[in-house]
Design a binder for this molecule. Sequence first.
Ligand code: MSP
Length: 657
Amino acid sequence: MERFYITTPIYYVNAKPHLGHAYTTTVADALSRFHQLMGAETYFLTGTDEHGDKIVQAAEANGLSPMEYVDAISGQFKALWPDMNITNDDFIRTTETRHVKVVQSILQKVFDAGDIYFGEYGGHYCFGCERFYTEKELVDGLCPDHQTKPEYIAEKNYFFRMSKYQGWLREHIRQNPDFIRPEQYRNEVLSLLEGGELEDLCISRPKSRLTWGIELPFDKDFVTYVWFDALINYVSALGYPDGDKFRKFWPAANHLVAKDILKPHAVFWPTMLKAAGIEPFQSLNVHGYWLVRDTKMSKSIGNVIEPLAMKDRYGLDPFRYFLLREMSFGGDSSFSEEALVGRLNADLANDLGNLFNRTLAMTHKYFGGTVPVPVIEDVVDAEIKKLGQDAMRAFQAHFCGLRFSRGLESLWELVRGLNKYIDATAPWTLFKAGNKDRLSTVIYVLLENMRKIAVHLWPVMPESAQTMLAQLGITFARDKFNLPKELEVWGVLESGSTVAETSNLFPRIELPEAHAVVAAKVKPGKAKAGKAKDDTSGKEAPAGGEQSNGTIEFEDFQKLDLRVGTVVEVEPHPDADRLLLVRVDIGEEAPRQVVAGIAEFFAPDDLVGRQVVVVANLKPRKLRKQLSQGMILAVKSGDSLNLLTPSGEVAPGSRVS
Ligand code: MSP
């Protein structure tokens, strides 16, 4: 059986969890669930990094002992994950005995092998990063990450002979294209390894300066450097060296990190493993930053997004969907609630929600809520099945390659394809014509494809996917579904079973007012500045028609059929004072009737002969028993209403584009 081991960074406990932490952990959760549905046995680890100067400083600032402090913040991380439906199998803390023991045993092993030596070192130490920087690495004398001046520290310490493994690491990366991905980060590490001599790594801190750490097993006057300690969590949690889990899952180890901690993971960690005689991990997967107003989120800047606030405002699954859909893995992405609302309304409310609502309603209207038996197959059915297979295959391949945004975009080809399939097959016409055999097939094709979509969405939106399946009369169980099989099977949904009357899983959402005002003021393109960084990543094409500020995709706009029409006849609505029955010639056989709420602004005679803009493909509906076949566009300004009209007369039926 395939195995898949996924880890997140173990987070520092010097600050509360924010969107950045939530993103990495949500991606790990989606990957873990995805690989379960691909048929693998999975193991998912997260946890907290609790030693080092930074923690001591944060504890002092809060008037607590380091242990009291780490207990409190680690608890906040641990408590957050179930609220975000994160299904980690283990949560490791570096202050746990099981971890401390493994760190000490690995240190001893490497020391005994002669790869740790005692020496003197002077360097520029950044307390934020907990690491020494070389002169070359500083930017204008400042830490490139924190923009603070590091402190020059000279002291006697223990060193790991990292330089010894430089050649091996370079070759390993060259020969294993997926060892570091996406490629931009692989190239970054390769050029670092090709560009000069790797220095040995200082792996201790004298107790005279820091006591909050793991004591070196061979010198009780020193504690372990926090990175040498922290990285080992990935094997200590599996019970290295003899644990069953270590044997099973280590060969399938996939680490997930952001680019801020690329070097420790891509250089320190594999060389440490090599020196300790442990096989390298399978893959290091590196993503970019979530930016807020084009700046990396940080407590000091005050632009931190709280994941739980987003969850409470927009719902957990839509938030998870947004995180995966919006960011092109590898590049940076700008977070804004405008972008979030735009994305959710376009993809979830309009596309997916509509598909579910329409189809369930039709199943009830035409078949009393019972899944019909498909009878007459048509060429359009074969076409949509093929489209579905291609979309699902692409989704699976993209998710395997961590291209989540493109994977979801591929799946949406099927969602949109099914909405078009409804329009093309026009089930209401089949019903009117009494063509039940064909109607049964159309509804069945829709329902079975919806089932497949729901199964594919489980890794991203687990609760919603389960509800979608329940609405189709299916109880979800992980081992009941397999994604590769979904490419082949057809007809899993049982005819005769009952579906829900409505779905209403993804209602349209409004931007909270304060944001709506901001959105209106944002200059076009402004909020996309962060996105542009994505585009240069060259890894994953920017998610198709990226939406920022609640904008829609071009395809969405194209769905609108806007026509110029000439008003030929108008009469008051017999049962409603505010409504007029406006008959408009839009170049069809007969004028269309539009029921418009404009009686308080126009007398019927004012309108006849005018040209107006009509939304021609709006679903017809009855307003107070009168059929309305479209909508007339107008602008309200103060107490008056202005009708949209072309600046010169055009032929009725001319398309507005
Ligand atoms: N403790 C170390 C990791 C040790 S792993 C052996 C650490 N902790 S951290 O709390 O600073 O977490 C960094 C990680 O949090 C990033 O690599 C990323 O996974 C996540 N993120 C924090 N801010 C982020 C963004 N603004 N955007 C995306 N992810 C970010 O480093």
